[in-house]
Design a protein around this ligand. Sequence first.
Ligand code: FO1
Length: 319
Amino acid sequence: MKVVVICGGVGAARLLRGFVGMVPAGDLTAIANVGDDMVLHGLSISPDLDTIVYTLADAVSAERGWGLEGETWQAMEMIAAYGAVSGQPLDWFSLGDRDLGTHLFRTGALAAGATLDAVTAQIVERWSLPLTLLPVSNDPIRTMVTVAEGPDAGDEISFQEYFVGRQHSVAVSAVRFAGADAAAAGPGVLDAIDEADVIVIAPSNPAVSIDPVLAVTGIRERLTARRTNVVAVSPIIGGKALKGPADRLLVELGRESSATAVAEWYADVVGTLVIDTVDAAQVDAIEALGVRSIVTETIMSSPEITRALAETILDAGQP
Ligand code: FO1
């Protein structure tokens, strides 16, 4: 059975762990967000791609959910000592010493003319991961958020300035995916969706992790055409996001923070929404939106629960 998983970072990487071993390597494709990508200190950084790789390689920091376990930070200490640029300390975004090796490799390869999908394939090969990992596009897409409050209300800042620089504590009035209109789906992306038996939308942030993938020309249309086989997992459990600002962003963007609001967000592209047992009372409201709803344990606190969730999703995708 061919499975495609549309991915943000941490939540998606954890769910992918459930599919690895269950779905043969040649049949498992992850399509990842690149809207969080940035150039910092001259380096091309792709956080969601790297989070997926490090997680599946069992090398990710368990505490942070990004970067490498047992990392050292000598390069950051070195750069921090040079001070600040425009009032911002140079170490505002933490790049571990070994993680820097990945960014150096990616930056050098891109500068030498390689495409992001080819560089990513080489990284996946180095870590011997049993899947195909495709950046949604080789073209730059940048998630930008509009600040809703404070001295710079109305200004647009990059996703990482919002997420890391401001610790996602500032209210947001709009989200935009700069470059998405002009971006072409990466090699193999549209074919993978067309050929998949089941297409999964991971429990990532709908507004800033999944929407930048859906914004790439052709993806939303392809998913709509395959809607019966598209299964999303709600990242909102009992009204809250497990990690990150998905709950607050939904409210700031005019929705409510609930599994039902996630169903509404995805109603055009998703046939089934998997929701957590604590949200079982929302099944009728979700189904009233024309989205089938399946209730199960969705907090991936053990390999057994993660595998059971993955199995439930595969069943749900072939109604
Ligand atoms: N997240 C943070 O909260 N602080 C950081 O300093 C940070 C550095 C970082 C470096 C490499 C990388 O691949 C990810 C990193 N992240 C960091 C996570 C990153 O902001 C992700 O985009 C978010 O987790 C959203 O998916």
